[in-house]
Design a protein around this ligand. Structure first.
Ligand SMILES: NC(=O)c1ccc[n+]([C@@H]2O[C@H](COP(=O)([O-])OP(=O)(O)OC[C@H]3O[C@@H](n4cnc5c(N)ncnc54)[C@H](OP(=O)(O)O)[C@@H]3O)[C@@H](O)[C@H]2O)c1
Length: 239
């Protein structure tokens, strides 16, 4: 089992439902946690709940802005000298009929869920390369693998995330950098507040179930690579 003590772990989307559950799980591991999202206030509130932790820092960052992503990685390099783990858990949902998706909505989906994730992964990998090791965990979602009516814009972004991640993983394996992709079905988080599709939230996965799988992937043997992991609520199972 790999121990996370003294590892530097960046959680992007740390204040979200899944990101926060990951932070809760990792807080006792001895890892240094770097928390990122746009809202500095919410990051501060989260960091305050972790006040007993030795090493927690927060950095507001809008991942749709490549220069802010570069600044985030520079701050990590200056403060910690390294980055061992990236958790990509920032994103937003859009589920509506393809004909009603506006150009602005498509742009927003691609800017955050695809390009923002690309910039973050790209810049984190450059930092990890300096120490010839790293683990990039990306919360894709099952709609990065399966299609769904009303998912056209969201799936376009998420299928793209899988595409670039697998290409980068090929390029980066010789630097000891591994990728894990997580395909979760619906998770009960604020993500669903902004989605017009009605879902029975009581039947969704709990965020801690998602976070537990991410933690297990991080703590697996250091020579093992958990490539693609799916987790579905029992009300909505398909292969
Ligand atoms: N919930 C689900 O059912 C589900 C299932 C499968 C996959 N996923 C994926 O899992 C990821 C996390 O989802 P979630 O359910 O945890 O969503 P959430 O609760 O809505 O959290 C979203 C997080 O992303 C951050 N964020 C949003 N825009 C950002 C930006 N431009 N730059 C930096 N951070 C940004 C938010 O903080 P700020 O607003 O402060 O920036 C927040 O921390 C997303 O990629 C989502 O597609 C979700």
């Amino acid at each position: 089992m790999r121990h996370l003590a003294d590892q530097v772990v960046l959680v992007v989307g740390a204040t979200g439902g899944i990101g926060r559950a990951v932070v809760e799980r990792l807080k006792g591991t001895g890892a240094t946690l770097v928390l990122a999202a746009r809202s500095g206030d919410r990051l501060q509130q989260l960091a305050a709940t972790l006040s007993g932790e030795r090493n927690v820092q927060s950095h507001p960052c809008d991942i749709t802005q490549p220069d802010q992503v570069v600044q985030l990685m520079q701050a990590i390099r200056e403060q910690h000298g390294r980055l061992d783990v990236l958790i990509n858990a920032a994103g937003a949902g859009l589920l509506k009929p393809y004909a009603k998706i506006t150009p602005t909505e498509l742009e927003q989906m691609l800017a955050l869920n695809l390009k923002g994730c690309f910039y973050t992964t790209q810049q984190a990998a450059e930092l990890m390369k300096e120490h010839q090791q790293g683990h990039i965990c990306t919360v894709v979602g099952i709609l990065g693998k399966h299609s769904m009516a009303m998912g056209a814009a969201y799936c376009a972004a998420k299928f793209g995330v899988v595409g670039f991640s697998k290409c980068m993983a090929e390029e980066l394996k010789r630097y000891g950098i591994k990728f894990s992709l997580f395909y979760f079905g619906g998770v009960d988080t604020p993500f669903w507040d902004g989605v017009s599709l009605k879902v029975d939230r009581q039947k969704l996965l709990q965020p801690d179930a998602a976070a537990a799988l991410i933690q297990a992937a991080l703590e697996t043997d250091r020579h093992a690579v958990p490539l693609e992991l799916s987790l579905m609520p029992d009300s909505h199972v398909f292969f």
